[in-house]
Ligand binder design. Sequence first.
Ligand code: FMN
Length: 217
Amino acid sequence: MTTETPDLSELDFATDLDAAPLAIGDDVADLLFREARTVNAFADDEVPDGAVRAAYDLVRWGPTAMNAVPLRLLLVRTPEARARLAAHMNEGNRDRVLAAPLTIVAAADTDFHRHLGTLAPHAVRLAERFAGDTGSRTGLARQSGLIQVGYLITGLRAAGLHVGPMGGYDAAGIDTEFFTENGWQSLLVLNVGQPAVADATRPRGLRLTYTDVARTV
Ligand SMILES: Cc1cc2nc3c(=O)[nH]c(=O)nc-3n(C[C@H](O)[C@H](O)[C@H](O)COP(=O)(O)O)c2cc1C
């Protein structure tokens, strides 16, 4: 077997001319993907709960394993809670959390099996098996929870918000700080709001193309 490495010198921002037309308009594609940027500095404007609710009302329809829907959200708003969270962020992310109008800790509920009777009546027998198998539960919760985090980033953008995701933090520290009672496990920390007027983003990085990443067998 050979390992093929993409030729990075050929990367560019051009649209794939061989791609078929999209099923959504260019304005939506730009908002959700092409022009959406990771934001590092936010304006002070408060982020209304209603906007986050609108995002989640889309996110919840994205598919998860067994329809387990394991994503949970901790909205960090008060200065006290913000300071508790910032203490567990890597140094480069700490001030961003302290300055953002809203930070969401996206987490996985490893006790998702308690809801299977409602969410997955066809698989309710599995709830008992999951109850005695913490390893399988954690694996499923984290895998589908992370998939839902991807939906969440896109859903927040659909609700007119901007996002700064951060994986650089002490996960055990956050989980102990916030989740000892419910057993949630942090998956990603996301600053949310509107971009600051200046220096909100870094220069746009290139992306691999379809030819670089896709193989057909
Ligand atoms: C899972 C994940 C973890 C990330 N962790 C960090 C982080 O710890 N600190 C940071 O400054 N940016 C972090 N980022 C931001 C990425 O570097 C950024 O989204 C990427 O470079 C694309 O930027 P763009 O959306 O502006 O093109 C993270 C993004 C994702 C999706």
